[in-house]
Design a binder for this molecule. Sequence first.
Ligand code: C2E
Ligand code: MG
Ligand code: MG
Ligand code: MG
Length: 288
Amino acid sequence: RAKSAGGNRFELADPEADARAITRHGLTTALPAALDRNEFFIEYQPLVHLGDGSVRGAEALVRWLHPQHGVLGPDRFIPLAEHTGLIVPLGRWVLEESIRQAREWRERYGEDTVAGPLRINVNLSPCQLSHPGLVQDTVDILERTGVAPEALCLEVTESALIGADDDLLKPLRRLAEMGVDIALDDFGTGYSNLANLRRLPVSILKLDRSFTQSMQQFPADPVDLKIVEGIVSLAHSLDLAVTVEGVETGAQAEQLRILGCDTAQGWYYARPGPPERLHDLALVDATG
Ligand code: C2E
Ligand code: MG
Ligand code: MG
Ligand code: MG
């Protein structure tokens, strides 16, 4: 459609050209007002137990409904929000909004779901980690909503924690002691020392999508299988659960299940979507 229009129309309808036309500067200056105007919203992607296929919870993924440019993904604006410091109030909003959503799931569906009350995963940026209000904000939100700390998992990328000193780890330790799960996101991309895992207050490893992609063929490359097998067995021996992201096919799910991964997330199960969709998915009895 865009092509046949020709000329300038092509430029306008080409998403990549459009992306270039949205300048960093333009987005950056629009960010604070966007938060005030409630232009952000959250999509939820189910986390599925690989053993029985039941939905155990969801990851909150933030989007920006920009008045001119439509829906923008987090990769477009999170780096800008980090750069300007807006990530702190934005991150706090995401935390509150998604915990509030988790409470709603619990109130409406509670034990009706196959696996019991649904849990909520929220991404934290490194700037939020070093912000002194993190622990108190989290405690306040949990108290205000009446959601148990055990229902919350905070995801921090491996790269954010590489070389982290004790000051940076202290808030995470406090949260972990309260019962909040900490997940190491995009694990395997940050070249961190595996032995380093011992000093991090994490209880979940989220294997990066690149590992899932290497399980595309059935059977997968034997070396790739060995690597994932090794990571899973190390994780389990350290009492860490393993979640895999980016599962797009049944073959991937099956191989990762055989390798001992605990939980999975990806388009094979569901794309990120509105919170109501999670209700439906969680109420389906996976075994029946
Ligand atoms: P992430 O935490 O690793 O989230 C997983 C990303 O993979 C999401 O991209 C998700 O939509 C995408 N994904 C899920 N399943 C599949 C699949 O089967 N195949 C493929 N190809 N992709 C899949 P999204 O939503 O664009 O988010 C990108 C990143 O933005 C996230 O990566 C996370 O690091 C960051 N992010 C999202 N929401 C927040 C937030 O509220 N705060 C912060 N600080 N970062 C956020
Ligand atoms: Mg994540
Ligand atoms: Mg991830
Ligand atoms: Mg990732």
